[in-house]
Design a protein around this ligand. Structure first.
Ligand code: GDP
Length: 298
């Protein structure tokens, strides 16, 4: 196991308690420890650099020189900066003022979108909503079936193309789903879209066409927390290609330290809104920036 950042800094500051302002050597040693801790958490290098520069600046200031325990104070600063980049407060879903709220999911194949769609539906149901799931992933042979199975598990209806009727046209399915939701008085519509193994132009175009057809209130980019450094380029590609309002991190039950969360939030400026952490339908919650900051630090 890696030493925690708190331990590392306590070690760096061993001989320094009550000494007042940090020397440049102390600031550099601090920066080095933070840099290592963030790289170990798989945070992207440009994000690490910017972060370390910001903390260095604050470490030279009064809040550290006046502190009884500079190590603790620096850890507090690091924590505050992490929480700020991760979005500060948990960002809540925005619901439509009239008609059904439309939530569209986008992301790479295997990110966990189909699973997440059902988890989100269950979570919304528990909040008193009457969601409907929409199967627009017509690319992956089993995706419609998988969504139907998951929908059944959480007791939420799934709108899917009738065999032989509109199959292969996810935009038509998406459009039809909104009418269906209005007819059946579903107040939230969750649209699952196709993902590819890598980012490609056709995928982006299809997702953009679905977005234009259903005018979502929220587009959520679903991303596997385990992809680490690749998270940044994928997140940027989806931001440029489709655009989104928030991020959902999946597979946080794995051993990823959560660096992807920090990298994506920092590079895209979009808040992480939900966290998925397991295969059970209830392994899902709002994302809490403070908890993720602790995970990255410890
Ligand atoms: P999609 O291609 O984006 O729709 O991804 P799927 O929903 O099919 O998920 C891909 C795989 O990841 C499946 O085997 C899921 O069971 C698994 N999965 C999804 N979310 C999580 C999660 O939070 N934790 C774990 N451990 N596995 C997950």
């Amino acid at each position: 196991m890696f030493a925690t950042l708190s331990d590392r800094l306590a070690d760096t500051f061993k001989n320094l308690r009550g000494k007042g302002r940090l020397s440049e050597a102390d600031v550099d040693a601090t920066a080095r420890e933070i840099r290592i801790a963030l790289l170990e958490a798989d945070v992207a290098l440009p994000v690490v650099k910017e972060f370390v520069a910001a903390v260095k600046e604050r470490a030279r200031g009064e809040e550290v020189s006046q502190a009884l325990n500079p190590a603790q104070q620096v850890v507090k600063i690091v924590n505050e900066e992490l929480v700020a980049i991760l979005g500060g407060e948990t960002r809540r879903l925005r619901y439509a003022k009239t008609g059904p709220t439309v939530i569209m999911l986008a992301g790479l194949q295997g990110a966990g979108k189909t699973t997440l769609a059902a988890k989100l539906a269950l979570w919304l149901k528990e909040q008193g909503k009457t969601p409907m799931l929409v199967a627009c992933d017509l690319q992956r042979p089993n995706a419609v079936k998988q969504l139907q199975v998951n929908g059944e598990r959480v007791g939420v209806p799934v709108y899917a193309p009738e065999p032989g009727n509109g199959v292969g046209d996810p935009v038509a399915v998406a459009r039809g789903s909104i009418e269906e939701a209005k007819r059946r008085v579903h107040d939230v519509v969750i649209v699952d879209t196709a993902g590819r193994l890598g980012v490609d132009a056709e995928l982006m175009q299809q997702a953009s066409d679905i977005r234009d057809a259903v005018q979502p209130d929220e587009v959520l980019f679903v991303v596997d927390a385990m992809i680490g450094q690749d998270a940044v380029s994928t997140a940027q590609a989806f931001l440029d290609g489709v655009g989104y309002d928030g991020v959902v991190l999946t597979k946080l039950d794995g051993d990823a330290r959560g660096g992807a969360a920090l990298s994506i939030a920092s590079i895209t400026g979009k808040p992480v809104m939900f966290a998925s952490n397991g295969e059970k339908m209830t392994d899902f919650d709002l994302f809490h920036p403070d908890r993720m900051a602790s995970r990255i630090l410890d």
